[in-house]
Write a protein of this length. Structure first.
Length: 413
């Protein structure tokens, strides 16, 4: 999206094969952006911050909340009307969280009870705002910052919990004036990110690091299976994405990071994992708890962490994670349902769950409810379990990782 708003040609290497990213490219093409896509290489002929054209039909974001929420910010600053829609799952997800700040900036947005489809009537005269996020969400932050590219003055987003900062890093790389840091306010961990508009972006060539959330499934499997090992090169080690690795290290897993380097304002490195008979928490028998500020940093990995918890002495408890209720599925309910099906004792809360452990899982029929992260998490559970595990609707992994099962089969002996 940022390359599409830049002047000139940008070349992107290691572009994801996911359905989510394909949806983004499709929407950009409808907006008049010239896109060439071959395997994992993408070339974008930028249209400039104000050079997009009105689409002839609704923009289909498929299952991608990132596409819809970030593109809403882009479209808020365009002088035409557009419609953002998606599949049934995406149309059920909350969008009021981006509608509110965009309307504060001067865009007109109509929706169905705060959900897609969204009709956006953009404006070239957006107003810069200071916006304190009500929900810890990098998607909301990114949406407002992208809208701020077409606003006059300084647009600032304040977050009370640290969220991913890929957008700020890429805006800076492409030439936008960006500021970020500790907010001078309570709570002590509050941070801000600002962009100055109207902005002019310049094309760049970018190598995309390997997705840390996709790597997590292979890291977890190798860590929990005795005598296993795996090495994953060029993994993204952005500081806002390493909480999963740090959590497994706290649990006693043998994980090391080597060959760390900076490229395109992002951190790359090699992750090496060696398996043990069991991951042991330091206080054996105590429940390992994840809550509070750790949740936004682990939001995509929490179903997988619940599976890991079934193997821990003392189990695991996840709280303050109500946001999981409004993902591609209700990830709390779906995780509880499937962990129970595999023989673990689980307690469900409104904002999380508690899994008792350790337990020897048994094979079961897993229903991911169309959720890619649930399917991949329980594929890892299937490796740990006795007997056969069947995952229905396994094609849902294509949303983020189409090659997942093929790659998993290639590394499992």
């Amino acid at each position: 999206m940022i390359a599409a708003l830049a002047e000139g040609v940008s070349h992107i290497r290691n572009f994801s094969t996911s359905a989510d990213c394909a949806a983004t490219l499709s929407c950009l093409r409808q907006l008049g952006v010239r896109v060439e896509h071959s395997g994992t290489d993408v070339t974008i002929q930028g249209a400039g911050v104000d050079g997009l054209r009105a689409p002839a039909a609704p923009l289909d974001c498929a299952n991608s909340g990132t596409t819809m929420r970030l593109l809403a910010g882009v479209l808020a600053g365009q002088n035409f009307a557009s419609i953002l829609t998606g599949d049934e799952s995406l149309r059920s997800r909350p969008m009021q969280r981006v509608i509110e700040p965009l309307e504060m900036m001067g865009a007109q947005i109509s929706s169905k009870d705060g959900r897609a489809p969204l009709t956006i009537r953009g404006s070239k005269n957006l107003k810069a705002i200071d916006y304190e996020m009500l929900v810890s969400s990098a998607q909301v932050k990114s949406c407002v910052l992208l809208a701020g590219l077409n606003a006059e003055g300084k647009t600032t987003v304040i977050e009370n919990e640290v969220t991913r900062d890929h957008t700020e890093r890429m805006l800076n790389l492409f030439g936008a004036s960006v500021e970020s840091g500790k907010a001078e306010r309570e709570p002590a961990n509050a941070r801000f990110a600002s962009v100055f508009g109207p902005a002019q972006l310049e094309s760049r060539d970018v190598a995309v690091p390997g997705d840390a959330s996709s790597a997590a499934y292979f890291i977890a499997a190798a860590a929990l299976l005795p005598e296993s090992s795996v090495e994953i090169a060029d993994v993204g080690l952005n500081p806002t994405r390493t909480a999963f690795l740090q959590t497994l290290q706290k649990l006693g897993c043998d994980i090391s990071i080597d060959n760390v380097r900076e490229e395109n304002n992002e951190t790359f490195g090699i992750v090496r994992v060696r398996g043990r008979a069991q991951a042991n928490i330091q206080n054996e028998g105590a429940t390992f708890t994840i809550n509070g500020l750790a949740i936004p940093q682990l939001i995509d990995e929490l179903p997988l962490i619940a599976v890991i918890g079934s193997q821990l002495s003392g189990g695991i408890e996840i709280r303050d994670a109500r946001e999981l209720r409004v993902k591609e599925s209700d990830r709390i309910a779906t995780t509880v349902e499937n962990v129970r099906a595999m023989g673990a004792e689980v307690e469900e809360f409104d904002d999380g769950l508690r899994v008792k452990g350790p337990v020897k899982l048994h094979g079961a029929k897993i229903d991911p409810h169309g959720d890619h992260r649930i399917a991949m998490a329980f594929a890892v559970a299937g490796l740990l379990a006795e007997g056969e595990t069947e995952i229905t609707n396994e094609d849902c992994v294509a949303v983020s990782f189409p090659e997942f099962f093929e790659l998993l089969e290639s590394v499992v002996e």
